[in-house]
Write a protein that binds this ligand. Structure first.
Ligand code: HAM
Length: 424
């Protein structure tokens, strides 16, 4: 038997309705904040991520699904959404009116070791805000993220916040880091020994226990911030606190991408285990320029949809009840089967969810099936009912029954459906 590839999963109809509801709510929230949906391709030129996310990051070095197409181009299934949005922003000259706000929803791919909450194909919801250098843009992005979780009913959250400074602050820190790590170079893992020259800041992001041991007692990047970066960070914190959004400073937070400057943040949920980050983001003032565009500062955030759904499940929150048919049509005999098939089709064309049997079955089997599918009503039509022009309509909740004229059957059921809708 062929199975779904490791680290991927099928989303079955019962779960799909939760996904649709979640996506719908996120879209609505983004629209209220003035963010427009941007859909980028699932694969991009490999160079976009090598240059955007950064050589030396775990994502680029170890986790990309890269392949050569039949035309000899190197392509990569997108591991994240920021670099593609920047590419589209430049390609379509979306910098005419700034600030510009975009959101996206869709699958991402990383060759990671699968475990609970960590997949190889997963889905992200993300936002990117271009052309706003001030601290309030960072606050807007963090606030939108915070509100998104809160509106879903997730409240046990922590926001971890740090500033990675600008290129100047980092140059000084990089030098100090190399000086401190030089005597301990042999203690680092093989990958980090390579990073030491190429991209030493990435060593701080290494998860191997070997490196964790060598990374103690290092100075914190925050102590190297220039006055402008310090001021920006201070104002982000003040903005968050003015909105009543709790954020905890975490000097160890470095994030796994090279594009960040100044603010970085991660949102973690209580009780999710090792993979507890439900979202993360930060400012990236140089990425647009690094990818060949003008100097446009930007800030953004992305959340893992599967992780949000895991938290909701843990809280016992169902965003939407499962879809059920409104009415179960139970024909008795061949003539009634075709008659109800026609009736059911007319109802479906009006948008009324109908369970329509495709074969003849006994009344007992049909009543059992009607019960199981959760329909509000069952309509029974046999040869006799067709002759008398009176069908039997059963209320599945109350157990009561009534006669209904077959001549006006579609109108009568449509009326019941409207009544039920107005009661909800
Ligand atoms: P990220 O922290 O790599 O950031 O991913 C954002 C979120 O995606 C994570 O917090 C997590 O919830 C989810 N996620 C990541 N990897 C996996 C996985 N393997 N399985 C399941 N969920 C996962 C970014 O991707 C940046 N592009 C965010 C950003 C936007 N920064 C600025 N703008």
């Amino acid at each position: 038997m062929i199975k779904a590839p490791r680290g991927t999963s099928d989303i079955l109809p019962a779960a799909s309705s939760q996904w649709q509801e979640l996506e719908g709510r996120l879209r609505k929230l983004c629209t209220a904040y003035g963010y427009g949906e941007l859909r980028t391709p699932i694969f991009e030129a490999t160079e976009l991520f090598a240059r955007g996310v950064g050589e030396g990051t775990d994502i680029v070095d170890k986790e990309m699904y890269t392949f050569t197409d039949r035309g000899g181009r190197s392509l990569t299934l997108r591991p994240e959404g920021t670099a593609p949005v920047v590419r589209a922003f430049l390609e379509h000259k979306l910098n005419q009116s700034l600030p510009a706000r975009f959101f996206y929803l869709g699958p991402m791919f990383r060759y990671e070791r699968p475990q609970a909450g960590r997949m190889r194909q997963f889905h992200q919801f993300g936002i990117e805000l271009f052309g706003a250098p001030g601290p309030l843009a960072d606050v807007e992005v963090i606030e939108l993220a915070w509100t998104a979780y809160r509106e879903l009913g997730i409240s046990d959250l922590e926001i971890k916040l740090n500033s990675l400074g600008c290129e100047e602050c980092r140059a000084a820190y990089r030098q100090e880091l190399k000086r401190r790590l030089a005597p301990r170079l042999s203690e680092l893992c093989g990958h980090c020994q390579g990073r030491y020259e190429r991209n030493p800041l990435r060593i701080l992001d290494c998860k191997s226990p070997q490196c964790q041991g060598a990374l103690t007692e290092l100075p914190e990047l925050s102590t190297y911030l220039c006055p402008e970066c310090k001021e920006h960070f201070q104002q982000v914190k003040e903005g968050l606190s003015a909105l009543g959004i709790p954020a905890v400073e975490d000097p160890q937070l470095v994030r796994g991408f090279d594009y960040y400057t100044r603010t970085v943040f991660e949102i973690v949920a209580e009780g999710l285990g090792a993979q507890d980050a439900v979202g993360g983001g930060g400012r990236y003032n140089n990425l647009v320029q690094d990818l060949g565009g003008p100097s446009v500062p930007a800030v953004g955030f992305a959340a893992g949809i599967e992780r949000i759904l895991l938290v909701l499940e843990k809280y016992g929150i169902k965003l939407k009840e499962e879809d059920k048919p409104f009415i179960y049509l139970a024909p008795l005999g061949k003539e009634a089967l075709l008659y109800l098939f026609k009736t059911g089709t007319q109802l479906r064309r009006q948008g009324i969810p109908v369970y329509l049997p495709l074969e003849e079955k006994s009344l007992k089997a049909q009543m059992k099936a009607a019960d199981r599918c959760g329909a509000s009503w069952t309509l029974i039509v046999g040869e006799e009912e067709l002759k008398s022009g009176q069908a039997l309509l059963k209320n599945m909740v109350l157990g009561s029954q009534q006669q209904i004229q077959t001549a006006k059957i579609v109108e009568a059921i449509a009326e019941l459906y409207r009544e039920e809708g107005s009661r909800k």
